[in-house]
Design a protein around this ligand. Sequence first.
Ligand code: GDP
Ligand code: MG
Length: 741
Amino acid sequence: MNGHMAGVGEAPSAGSFEHGVQIIDGDKEFNANMNEYLQVEHVAEAGFNYHIISVFGSQSTGKSTLLNNLFGTEFSVMSETARQQTTKGIWMSKNKRIESAGTKMADNILVMDVEGTDGRERGEDQDFERKSALFALATSEVLLVNIWEHQVGLYQGANMGLLKTVFEVNLQLFLKDKKSTPRSLLFFVIRDHLGTTPLANLRNTLIQDLTKIWSSISKPQGLENSRIEDYFDFGFAALPHKILQGDKFVSEVATLGSRFTTGHRGKSGNKDDDELQGGVFLPEYHRRIPADGFSMYAEGIWDQIVNNKDLDLPTQQELLAQFRCDEIAREVLISFDVVITPLEEKQAEATRFGKPTVLPDLGATGSKARTEVLKSFESQASRYHKGVFTRKRQELESKVDTRMKALYQGQLSAAHKAGVVAFSEAVSNKVKAGQKAGGGYEFAEIVASEKKKTLDIFKVEAQSLAMQGVPWTNFKTQYMLFEQELDEVSGKLRKEEMRRLATRVERWVKSRLGEAIGLEFNKLGSGRGGTGAPEEGEKPATEKDLWDRIWNVFTGIVKEAEVRFAERAKSFDASDEEVDVGMWRLRRKSWVALREKVDEEVMEGNILMKLRENFEDKFRYDEAGVPRIWRPTDDIEGIYTKARESTLKLIPLLSRFRLASTYAPPDLVSFIGTQPGGVEAGDEEDLPPIGGVDEDEGKSLEEETTVLSESKRQDLVVRFKKTADGVFVEAKRGALGGVTQ
Ligand code: GDP
Ligand code: MG
């Protein structure tokens, strides 16, 4: 039937588990192969869907034989002929039967067979008996108590001694675990049942004995009044003699096997197995150790037992949970790393090379990896101690999120940098294109549309990173910072655009001044103060109001320029302040341009020519503008002197920018106005100081409006006189010549 004997005394080699696995050997060592066994048997992955049964009873009462027949296991059985001693230890094997007597048995039943000398009868090693009982109680849902029928009622018998041990040990065990107090089923299997005494009678006798034993054991403080029913349910079965009634034995064992299914408690109480509905495995018997942590738990328990430490199951369960949760976290992080580490590396490398890169599909990839790592942790670890699990889950989440956060921040920082560059380039390119096409572009519109485009791209990226229920993935702040920087960049670009506009307007002012001021100076060439007839409504020009005319023309041009500038600047959303600054700069630059133009006009050669023309006009033409034909009788000296003096009067007039109306320089201070608030330090570098306006420059308005210095004036007088003299001599000579001819 069991067909094996060879296993006696031999430990199974790792990987060959035909007789199950010896989890505790004769030297009380825990066998590290247990977990491997659970994996080979596919129990490790079963979660809570497994059951543990242990067997108790005196030596050689057919325990192993019972288990092998019930569960198809191959535990060592003492030879009927040799009667030799089996080795001590605890063996475990998975149930090999799928069904019994037509009933499907529970999944993943693990059976533990305790072997040992009958210490009680031989007076030795009760220590191992006690230790194995403790171990069985700490782990098993069902404890099979194997007993001969003829032992029932023998209160002083060996079995009763064993049960006493079990009860004492149980109280000790659950002293620390008052909260959960797991129950167990004590399932009596009465062997060699003759059938003359009905099972019900045997049961009553046993219950009486058990109650007696319970009352006789010394109970720890606080548990003096506890009842046996607080800890145990009872089950009973009887089997006929295996050898004498072989067939009946087989069929009864099959019936007994059919009870090893899951069950639940009946309505009326818990006294004994009459109350059990369905099978023997009640949920409350389960120790709630996940299968993948069972061997570790068992090892911890055994370690405590062997070292005679007080067993503290709740602490053991917490330790197990910590260890397993850490282990599971490490396992699930491997798949997370496979996805996330390459992205982290890519990002780090891009940053190192100063080329922040936006990783494609990061949001989808990241959220999938995060969900998966947490989900697979939960599915495995949530079976362990709730408090520990919750804490470890949080640890894992924060570990994962620390990395995800860095990755996402890097992503948005890259998107930010790339966005700023793209925005600034796009605006510049469009402005350039607009300029090329003749300047017909609207700066403000370009900025607005490019800003919207750039913001949208950023928004899409930020939204793709957001995860529901994960507050740190709300990147509103980053979005706002990005928008802020775009506005700063827009400001800079607008400033550049303002500069370009200013340059254009200045150029326009210069060219207008060139023409208009040149015209005014040209009028000097005509000694009567003007060329040709004055325009209708225009006051005839006189030499005396040269500067008034220049000032009027100048302020008129500047006014026009200011209007152009302001209108254009407003069109690209420049602030009033920026416009004010621009116009202030424009007035200053225009004044400088005017001074340059005036300087050009009064350059030695130019002004001398103008004076000569002026003089010749007065000398060579009469009041009616008719050229004079000199005759010897003419008062050439008189006309010459008058004309020369008249022209000489121009030199002091030209020397100073004085308005005839006020006999004073123009009011430059009011013209330029006070410096507006928006001028930044360094902005004025290209603005030369203006005397009388920039007080601390040490140059007065007087100096600013001095066109010819004293020495230049004198020099000009001398040169002009020489020129005039030349004209005079020529005229004189002409007059004489004319007479002679
Ligand atoms: P264990 O030490 O309790 O595990 O007992 P074993 O299963 O090794 O069996 C001890 C001896 O009892 C063996 O020689 C078996 O053949 C014998 N045996 C097994 N089942 C029965 C039974 O139902 N009745 C009797 N009388 N002997 C049995
Ligand atoms: Mg045995």
